[in-house]
Design a protein around this ligand. Structure first.
Ligand SMILES: [Zn+2]
Length: 184
């Protein structure tokens, strides 16, 4: 398992005091929250491409950088970053070639069944009001999706007026960003 490799490495990391160069506190130096996709190509590239160092930003991630409901856990994290951790800017960063673009929810459901979820479990959830299309659909274009996420944040009744909310799309190959909307 990869977990064992990680644990071995971790032991050496701590013993070698490699953490020393990352020392910082929990208030983000750039007073920014970044909300982005869980995309593995961005794990390191996003930081490097935008010159983000340890301690610089609060980072919130989910599949697709999607917020559609004002009180989901992402929005709560953003509000905590603003009120408790002094963030003043929020940047939503979607990316080209995202797995949440045009998700085929029927195929996804079939994959769940193939991988061992009983069909009856899925039917029970659907009868209970869980709409798989709604929950897993993702988006048509990333630009449109970033705008939607930005608008949920900008229009949030608990967002203080001084907070600026920006939207960008990053290329997961080159790290180049395109600004879609800039908070003024
Ligand atoms: Zn993605």
């Amino acid at each position: 398992m990869h977990l064992d490799d990680m644990l071995d490495y971790n032991k050496k990391f701590v013993e070698g005091k490699e953490y020393e160069k990352y020392a910082t506190n929990s208030i983000p130096n750039k007073k920014m929250v970044i909300f982005t996709c869980m995309e593995s190509r961005l794990v390191e590239l996003l930081h490097r491409a935008l010159n983000i160092q340890n301690g610089d930003v609060k980072m919130v991630k989910n599949a697709g950088a999607i917020i559609r409901k004002p009180f989901d856990s992402i929005m709560k994290s953003i509000l905590v970053a603003i009120y408790s951790l002094k963030a003043e800017e929020v940047t939503v960063i979607g990316h080209y070639d995202c797995g949440m673009s045009k998700v085929d929810t029927k195929a996804l459901t079939e994959t769940m069944i193939e991988k061992g979820i009983p069909r009856e479990t899925i039917q029970t959830l659907q009868h209970g009001g869980i709409d798989f299309d709604d929950e897993f659909h993702g988006f048509e274009t990333v630009e449109e999706s970033v705008i939607q996420s930005v608008n949920v944040i900008r229009n949030h009744p608990l967002l203080p007026p001084y907070v600026k909310v920006h939207g960008m799309v990053i290329d997961p190959g080159t790290g180049k960003v395109d600004v879609i909307t800039r908070g003024e």
